[in-house]
Design a protein around this ligand. Structure first.
Ligand code: FE2
Length: 134
């Protein structure tokens, strides 16, 4: 179980809410992975949440980054796109009844938490601050 830590706060509530939601998805996915019977419906619920997260949260974050003319906007958006691009493949594996797809999903979510939410997302905080977005 991963818990939200205030040191992860970007001081913008819309962004923080998205990141909290992401941790929530990781915890749910961990629960599904650990259950003896990995039910397709449970995996599809996780995938739906990820799909919705990518659609809403990335757009919100990108809007803020444009607003404050963030210098690394392009590379940050590329990272978001690389995350989103994986989602159809996960849906396909689920459709093929490869229930072990939950392992790959969870691994990717944890990787994303470490390398994006707790790393590259930190880089724009200064940009937000300068533009009064806190
Ligand atoms: Fe981001």
């Amino acid at each position: 179980m991963i818990k939200w830590d205030n040191k992860n706060s970007e001081n913008v509530s819309m962004i923080d809410e998205g990141h909290k939601k992401f941790i929530d998805i990781i915890n749910k996915a961990t629960h599904v992975q650990k259950s003896n019977t990995k039910r397709p419906i449970a995996i599809s619920e996780i995938l739906l949440e990820i799909t919705e997260y990518a659609r809403k949260h990335f757009r919100t974050e990108e809007t803020y980054l444009i607003d404050c003319k963030y210098c690394d906007y392009k590379s940050h958006k590329d990272e978001h796109n690389s995350f989103s691009k994986r989602i159809p493949g996960y849906w396909q594996e689920l459709a093929d009844n490869k229930l072990e797809v939950i392992d790959a999903i969870l691994e990717h979510l944890k990787w994303w938490l470490n390398n994006n939410i707790q790393s590259t997302d930190k880089k724009y905080v200064e940009c937000f601050r300068k533009n009064g977005l806190n």
